[in-house]
Design a protein around this ligand. Structure first.
Ligand code: AMP
Length: 248
């Protein structure tokens, strides 16, 4: 991945916090190629495990379908294992993680262990009304995961991904019956999580704007913070966790 010159100054963790449907995945997909760092989307990773039929997939399938959260311990193991991979050494964009203060604390230690000093946190702020409207129209490519919005004129026509021609699907947890519970859970966890990050520096993004405008603001903030390390190295180095295990 080609990276802009200013991003060579330090590896960076870009953390996207916001309710489902606030545009985190869309922005991660836009910003990742510009910054030359990968996106780590915990939702995508878990959905792939479900599709693959792995033990982890079997264990989390019902949780995902109901909109509940996977346990912190399991999520932390999955993320730690992914962030130790070589493509993450220059930084990464976290979409959907951390979602709880316990996960955020784990991540702080992990960033120290991985020697990733720069941390930029974005809070995607959007009303519940806008979230419901977006989620009920959201479609996703079954193959590449790209996100689309169902147009009012689409009717029952099958829609296809304009990148690979695969079928677009409506995620089961985007069902209107599931959305209120997902929003309730988000609000319950987001308040303490945002308090945690506001104490350490957090940028509020008005997420109900065009994807172009939001991406421009994210990139402007990241470039302006490219020389400002945010993670404080005052804690004792985190003990290296054992080999990641996906057993549940
Ligand atoms: P998302 O695609 O981010 O909306 O995530 C889809 C589902 O994956 C969530 O509703 C949770 O069941 C699970 N999930 C994703 N990330 C996390 C996380 N950080 N902690 C717990 N569960 C998660």
């Amino acid at each position: 991945m080609k990276r802009p010159e200013w991003s060579y100054l330090e590896p960076k963790a870009i953390i996207l916090v916001g309710p489902p449907g606030s545009g985190k995945g869309t922005q991660a997909a836009r910003v990742s190629p510009v910054l030359g760092i990968p996106t780590v989307s915990t939702g995508e990773m878990l959905r792939r495990e479900c599709q693959s039929g792995s033990a982890l997939g079997h264990a989390v399938k019902a949780i995902l379908a109901s909109g509940q959260l996977v346990s912190d311990d399991l999520m932390n193991q999955v993320v730690a294992s992914r962030l130790r991979e070589s493509d993450c050494r220059n930084g990464f964009i976290l979409d959907g993680y951390p979602r709880t203060v316990a996960q955020a604390r784990f991540l702080e230690n992990l960033l120290v262990e991985l020697n990733v000093p720069g941390r930029v946190v974005f809070h995607f702020d959007i009303s519940n009304k806008d979230v419901v409207s977006r989620l009920t129209r959201r479609l996703q490519c079954a193959k590449c995961g790209r996100i689309f919005s169902m147009s009012a004129t689409a009717g029952d026509r099958e829609m296809l991904c304009d990148r690979d021609g695969s079928t677009l699907v409506h995620r089961p947890d985007d069902d209107a019956n599931c959305i209120p519970e997902r929003l309730r859970l988000y609000e319950k966890n987001a308040n303490p999580l945002l308090r945690f990050y506001r104490q350490r520096g957090c940028h509020r993004i008005r997420a109900n704007r065009s994807p172009e405008e939001v991406a421009r603001e994210i990139l402007a903030v990241v470039s302006s913070e490219s020389t400002t390390p945010r993670v404080v190295f005052s804690r004792p180095r985190a003990k290296a966790a054992g080999q990641p295990s996906y057993s549940v």
